[in-house]
Design a binder for this molecule. Structure first.
Ligand code: PBE
Length: 268
């Protein structure tokens, strides 16, 4: 194989995120698929991963992270996603909106807005990048709405306002989902809802919507990343389909200055 072997230098460690993330499961699958038994995925959080990535790049050191796109890191840094000939990380996929059973009759206005919610990777990137550059999450979401009022009007057109009905959005504190959930929360507020956002582990997010403890989430990566959660629970909630269509993807991600192009290069 080509490229430098980074195993020893990296202590055979891939820098992961939270244990419940699909991208961590996919990295563990890659270790099997490519016979990388010396390697392990260190779990932490999305924020810890981006911090380690940032400091590695500041020091021009090697690092391998569990990456995904859309994500601001591709705007902020010169990165590459390692080739994955075994397809451990799956194909490009979509991000779906999922709501609890009964939402369509209990809160038809919210249901309609959530069903209408759809944007692009470029939109999501804009919100993420602004948050990364230091703007408060809610403010960054509001700025995007202000700049894209025509898009947002399309999500709310013809929907009557409500009078302070409470609605709970579940999410995981991944940068992508912090961006989308904040935007959706503000749009529901503009319709008169009293919106709460609650961040939790991925499995708890799916369970909360399945058992009705949360009203909705906009964070289901399908058909691949969250396949296991979805297969277990899809009969217990309503899948409203993609809010970001076919532009989401996972992969082992490294700084462009690293002398490596494929996951296969990690094998000694
Ligand atoms: N992510 C972001 C999630 C889905 C959204 C790619 C980190 C995951 O791996 O489960």
């Amino acid at each position: 194989t080509a490229g430098t072997n980074y195993g020893e230098e990296l202590d055979y460690t891939i820098t992961g995120i939270d244990a419940g993330a699909g991208v961590v499961a996919a990295a563990e699958r890659a270790i099997e698929d490519y016979d990388l038994e010396d390697w392990n995925v260190q779990t932490s959080s999305g924020a810890a991963m981006t911090q380690e990535l940032t400091s590695a790049i500041e020091n021009e050191e090697p690092i391998i992270v569990t990456g995904w796109t859309p994500h601001w890191k591709f705007e902020a840094f010169d990165l590459k996603i390692l080739d994955d000939p075994e397809n451990s990380f799956g194909e490009a996929e979509s991000i779906h909106t999922i709501v609890r059973e009964g939402l369509s009759s209990d809160m038809p206005e919210a249901h309609e807005m959530l069903d209408n919610f759809a944007w692009t990777a470029e939109d999501m990137d804009a919100v993420m990048l602004e948050i990364h550059e230091g703007t408060d999450e809610v403010e960054a979401a509001q700025n995007w709405i202000d700049e894209n009022q025509d898009v947002v009007d399309g999500w709310t057109e013809g929907i009557p306002e409500v009078d302070g009905d409470e609605i709970l959005l579940a999410y995981v504190a991944w940068d992508t989902e912090i961006a989308s959930t904040n935007v959706v929360a503000l749009v529901l507020e503009s319709l008169g809802y009293d919106v709460s956002m609650s961040s939790m582990e991925a499995n708890i997010m799916f369970t909360a919507v399945a058992n009705g403890d949360a009203d909705a989430m906009v964070a289901a990566w399908l058909p691949g990343t969250h396949e296991d959660y979805h297969a277990q629970m899809e009969d217990q909630y309503e899948d409203l389909g993609p809010n970001l269509d076919g532009e989401a993807a996972l992969g082992l991600t490294v700084p462009a200055y690293m002398d490596i192009d494929s996951i296969e290069d990690l094998k000694e």
